[in-house]
Design a binder for this molecule. Structure first.
Ligand code: APR
Ligand code: PHB
Length: 384
């Protein structure tokens, strides 16, 4: 078998890449370890930057997103008994975010790929990467797929990054001393906009998926398990962390999904080796506080599509050669923003009174100075 681009992983990065390449007349095969139902049900974050929405709409996979996505023109920062709004419409006119679950993006992309006759294979468990220096190919289940280029879109735990020879990559990492417990509940959101709450009990986030489904997160210890968090405990803790301003009550409902997400940051440099190009979580992870994970994956794929189009249409590898360099500028901006939001809003060492005063001082500053608020807003909605 032969294809132009062998893609490992059917997450947002791999699927979008396959779709954008198809629109440019470039062939690809997507090999995914999990089943289709699993991939379509995997619950992740749900905040799309303007640039991400534009990319999906221009690629013809944005119809349902435009119908069902929830446009947001601000967020609330809640701390010290008050809620303060960061008003995107005033600070970054014309730019906003859209709340739309990542698994909905994945469903839309899979449907589009299959409708166009795309080759997306699920439950392929033993993909291996070969010949990166000269003649790349993938093997799986006794088969061999020759390609001109391999795209490693297989997430943080995939096989593509580890197939790069030792000593080539420089790895940057940070572990946070907490995790997020995330839930989905059948209840109308208690707020129109997202609430990022800093409390002495830890961080909480009120988000949503639709007019009838709410999404919440709680800062929990790094080794927390879902079993330790029965529904009543979750609602009690969400109320304790969110019902902190006069007049706000949190509506509760049936919890139908629970999961614990570790909080870590990771960057592999460069994001390429020989004929292998890494995109999305395979190359970098951010803590979810800034909601940048999916948006970075889409940004990588945009750059890679242009570079591959140029390569296949002119034979020039110049854009491929600078792929990593082009992506890493945005990656590091998002790393900093995610670290900054995380540091501002979470409880760290309970003995660190000095650190707490710094957080509160910065929260006052970022919610009262237009210059500081604009910094938050322009990073949150996504830099051009
Ligand atoms: N072989 C084939 N597929 C694999 C392998 C493997 N060895 N290992 C992992 N995969 C698949 C995973 O099952 C998953 O479907 O690769 C896909 C990677 O998808 P994601 O983890 O969603 O990563 P990515 O497409 O880069 O999207 C980044 O995902 O983790 C979130 O928050 C993150 O929003 C960000 C987004
Ligand atoms: C989500 O809705 O899942 C979400 C929103 C904002 C974040 C992270 C996750 O910062």
């Amino acid at each position: 078998m032969r294809t132009q681009v062998g893609i490992i992983g059917a997450g947002p990065a791999g699927l979008l890449l396959s779709h954008l390449l198809h629109l440019r007349g470039i062939s690809s095969v997507v090999l995914e370890k999990r089943g289709r139902a699993y991939v379509e049900r995997r619950v992740r974050a749900g905040v799309l930057e303007q640039g991400t929405v534009d990319t999906l709409v221009e690629a013809g996979v944005g119809a349902r997103l435009l119908r069902e996505g929830l446009p947001h023109r601000g967020i609330e920062l809640r701390y010290g008994g008050q809620g303060r709004r960061i008003a995107f419409e005033k600070l970054v006119p014309g730019r906003s975010i859209t709340v739309y679950g990542q698994q909905e993006v994945v469903k839309d992309l899979i449907a589009a790929r299959l409708e166009a006759g795309g080759d997306v294979r699920f439950e392929i468990e033993d993909v291996a990467v070969h010949g990166l220096e000269a003649e790349p190919y993938l093997t799986f289940g006794g088969e061999r797929l020759d390609c001109d280029v391999i795209a490693g879109c297989d997430g943080f735990h995939g096989v593509s990054r580890p197939s790069i020879p030792p000593g080539v990559l420089r790895l940057f990492e940070r572990e946070y001393p907490f995790a997020w417990l995330g839930i989905l509940a059948r209840v109308a959101p208690s707020s129109e906009e997202l609430i990022y709450a800093r409390t002495e009990r830890g961080f909480a986030l009120h988000s949503m998926r639709s007019p009838t489904v709410s999404r919440f997160y709680l800062q929990v210890p790094p080794d927390a398990t879902v079993a330790e968090w029965p529904d009543e405990r979750i609602w009690a803790e969400l109320k304790a962390r969110l019902e902190t301003v006069p007049g706000f009550t949190l509506d509760t409902g049936e919890i139908f999904d629970k999961g614990v997400t570790p909080m870590r940051a990771f960057v592999a440099e460069p994001m390429q080796y020989g004929r292998l190009y890494l995109a999305g979580d395979a190359a970098h992870i951010v803590p979810p506080t800034g909601a940048k994970g999916l948006n970075l994956a889409v940004a990588d794929v945009r750059v890679l599509t242009e570079a591959l189009d140029r390569f296949f249409s002119t034979g020039s590898a110049d854009l491929l050669d600078t792929y990593s360099e082009s992506c890493l500028k945005r990656v590091w901006r998002a790393q900093h923003f995610s670290w900054w939001m995380t540091t501002l809003l979470h409880t760290f060492d309970s003995d660190d009174d000095y650190g707490r005063r710094l957080q509160l001082s910065y929260l006052d500053y970022v919610t009262s100075s237009e210059a500081a608020a604009t910094t938050l807003a322009e990073n949150y909605v996504g830099l051009p």
